[in-house]
Design a protein around this ligand. Structure first.
Ligand code: UDP
Length: 407
């Protein structure tokens, strides 16, 4: 099991001291995290690592998962899409399914913590238990709700406003609310399979298994096959830049069996690639963390030519590996990339092609961007920073309305 001290060589002693100081002031506090799945997805991944570390820091932390059937998850999927701006709302019967599951879980669960930390919309209605308990409740939104379906958002908002505090991942993802909001960026775990250091031998083994040749500079985009990730734009930009510099393009995405649109986008991507031997398209199962890690590590330049983006964790991952990244200036990407300092921000196929050509021609500039990017991630987007922000958040619950607290 990973221990807190394993992070010290990565983030330095000062960060560890800070975590200890903050947690000393929270010793013995009981925190219960609640979400809707124990495996799969970014929230479960983070909680899996964070909960044992919080316990090590002296906060009695437990993680519970609500129970719901197929019909409930069909409804919550619709809610998720509606929060992302999908035009269709929910039927009355669907709201009923949602509320019934909240009631069932309210009966089955115990909220005997000082802080109840509810993640995302699925368990939002559990806040009903707060009145009789008098403990503190936080709603952590991992979704971009900047332009939600108004009906669905208003339904959720009535619950959200019963919490003590809400947390969003970036200013641009939040909504106006009557309760205080905290802004806490997501993070990556530098010790996970996706991000841990790898030996050259281990990387080579994976490259030969995946049949990825390394005889030319490798330009990579890791993304679901989704139009908003613009894989076709990536191919067009690559083909322009390659006129000036030899290189190979690798598009890595998930399998798209259960997603008809994904399959369509994959087809369009293959068509755009044509029979170009220097454009490789690779479909990997969702558990391929080590493979993604190795691919990011052997890449010369990483692209993320998104047209719309959430926070953009693929960028965090690539920067952490010290890679020069060229990315669309959308969503959370500008929080991670300062243009021409910790990477390159672009707005078009032509811009991407231009910068790709520049970085391929000037490896020392590319290296500098990557180094700055890695440092930026070290300071801002690693798991330890995420834990620190949660500790500060818990402390702030005991001092409502105060802007400074002496510890
Ligand atoms: N990812 C993966 N396999 C793939 C494509 C993506 O494991 O084939 C991972 C990627 O490494 C990152 C996450 O999925 O950790 C994608 O997160 P991001 O925020 O970049 O985009 P999203 O897919 O959530 O829009």
């Amino acid at each position: 099991m990973v221990k807190l001290s394993d992070y010290e060589p990565i983030v330095g002693p000062q960060v560890m001291e800070e975590l200890k100081l903050l947690s000393k002031n929270l010793a013995g506090k009981k925190v219960i995290h609640v979400n809707s799945t124990s495996v799969g997805g970014g929230v479960a991944e983070i909680l899996d690592r964070m909960v044992p570390l919080m316990n090590e820091l002296g906060l009695e932390t437990r993680w519970e998962v609500i129970k719901g059937g197929e019909a409930f998850y069909a409804v919550t999927k619709k809610i998720h899409n509606a929060l992302h701006g999908a035009p269709q709302g929910l039927e009355e019967s669907e709201y009923e399914i949602f509320l019934d599951v909240q009631e069932e879980n309210l009966k089955a669960m115990r909220f005997d913590g000082d802080v109840i930390f509810i993640h995302d919309p699925q368990p939002v209605g559990l806040v009903k238990a707060r009145k009789s308990l008098g403990n503190r409740w936080i709603w952590r939104c991992h979704v971009d709700v900047s332009s939600p379906h108004p009906g669905v958002w208003n339904f959720l908002k009535a619950y959200v406003e019963q919490y003590d505090k809400s947390v969003f991942s970036a200013p641009l993802f939040s909504q106006k609310l009557s309760i205080p909001q905290a802004l806490i960026c997501p993070s990556i775990d530098p010790l996970s399979e996706k991000n841990r250091e790898m030996s050259g031998e281990e990387i080579d083994g994976i490259m030969s298994r995946l049949k990825i040749p390394l005889d030319k500079p490798l330009v990579t985009q890791v993304s679901r096959f989704d139009r908003l990730k613009d894989p076709v734009g990536v191919i067009r930009a690559f083909k322009q830049a390659r006129k000036y510099r030899e290189a190979r393009l690798l598009l890595v995405g998930g399998t798209a069996d259960d997603d008809p649109e994904g399959a369509q986008v994959l087809l369009e991507t293959r068509q755009a690639a044509g029979n170009d031997p220097d454009v490789l398209i690779l479909s990997l199962p969702p558990t391929s963390h080590l493979e993604i890690n190795a691919i990011q590590r052997v890449s010369t330049v990483i692209l993320q030519k998104s047209l719309k983006e959430g926070f953009g964790l693929t960028i965090t991952e690539a920067l952490w590996k010290g890679k020069p990244v060229i990315a669309g200036a959308v969503g959370g990407i500008p929080l991670q990339i300062a243009h021409k300092y910790s990477g390159i921000l672009t707005h078009s196929v032509e811009g991407t092609a231009y910068w790709l050509k520049q970085l391929l021609q000037d490896p020392s500039y590319a290296t500098k961007l990557g180094e700055n990017g890695r440092e930026h991630v070290r300071q801002n987007f690693l798991l330890t920073r995420h834990i620190r922000d949660y500790l500060l958040l818990f402390l702030s619950l005991d001092y409502p309305g105060q802007s400074a607290v002496a510890l």
